[in-house]
Ligand binder design. Structure first.
Ligand SMILES: [Zn+2]
Ligand SMILES: [Zn+2]
Length: 232
């Protein structure tokens, strides 16, 4: 599914949106729920590329709906795994997740934990920080990592100036056609998340690729700026 000729969204994913950036090398952003690897690799093959062309996988943050198929993809490709140090220990299994933010959420986790597969731990090959540049090759050029903590400590966005495009993970919510803050129950520090939204509003972009909900394909920067104004 094309968002632009060189930025695609893997269709019919379970879990978070998964984006494929087509430069000289291929970059995948997030991996959906466990069991999505066949769909992702089939999509790459349908484009006439192969699993070996997948050069890197950027993880926006450690939540299961974003890292679910990471272990399987790592096993079937030679891709490097990139994440922010703030979440790397949770992706590699060296740290355990922070406790839920409210008694209600702790109760909810207690209910669903036996039903949810724990993500298989995967070592992070390359730690990326605010300002890290990733060379995508022609015609995309460099993408810049933006550290946008709050939803999780190590949440990152990826800014692609050549496409006027921002991939924001779960740091901007897009539900029922409306932009807003990330979902409160799953957000570690809402004040920090709001500060990160203000930071993203200052970037130049026209297309927004969120972790959930449809991408916004025109005037997205203005819409994010307008939404941030309403946050006070
Ligand atoms: Zn998510
Ligand atoms: Zn999340």
């Amino acid at each position: 599914m094309q968002i632009t000729p060189n930025v695609h969204q893997i269709p019919d994913m379970r879990g978070a949106n998964t984006y494929l950036l087509l430069g000289t090398t291929l970059t995948l952003v997030d991996t959906g729920m466990p069991g999505s690897e066949d769909k992702i690799l089939a999509y790459i093959e349908d484009l006439g590329r192969s699993a070996d062309d997948l050069f890197r996988i950027v993880i926006t943050h450690h939540h299961l709906d974003h890292v679910g198929s990471l272990a399987a993809l790592k096993a079937r490709t030679s891709a490097q795994v990139l994440a922010h140090p703030g979440d790397a220990g949770l992706i590699s299994g060296e740290q355990s997740p922070p406790p839920a933010s409210s008694p209600f959420m702790r109760f909810l986790f207690w209910l669903v934990t036996p039903l949810m597969p724990a993500p298989e731990p995967v070592p992070v090959d390359l730690a990326v920080r605010d300002g890290s540049r990733l060379d995508m090759g022609d015609p995309l050029g460099d993408a810049t990592v933006v550290h946008v903590p709050g939803h999780t400590r190590g949440s990152i966005a990826l800014h692609l100036p050549s496409e006027q495009l921002l991939i924001c993970g779960d740091t901007i919510g897009h539900r029922r056609g409306r932009l807003g803050p990330p979902p409160k129950p799953f957000t570690e520090d809402m004040d920090q998340a709001l500060a990160s939204m203000r930071l993203m509003a200052r970037l130049e972009f026209d297309i927004l690729c969120p972790g959930h909900g449809a991408p916004l394909t025109g005037g997205a920067g203005e819409q994010v700026r307008a939404m941030v104004q309403t946050l006070g």
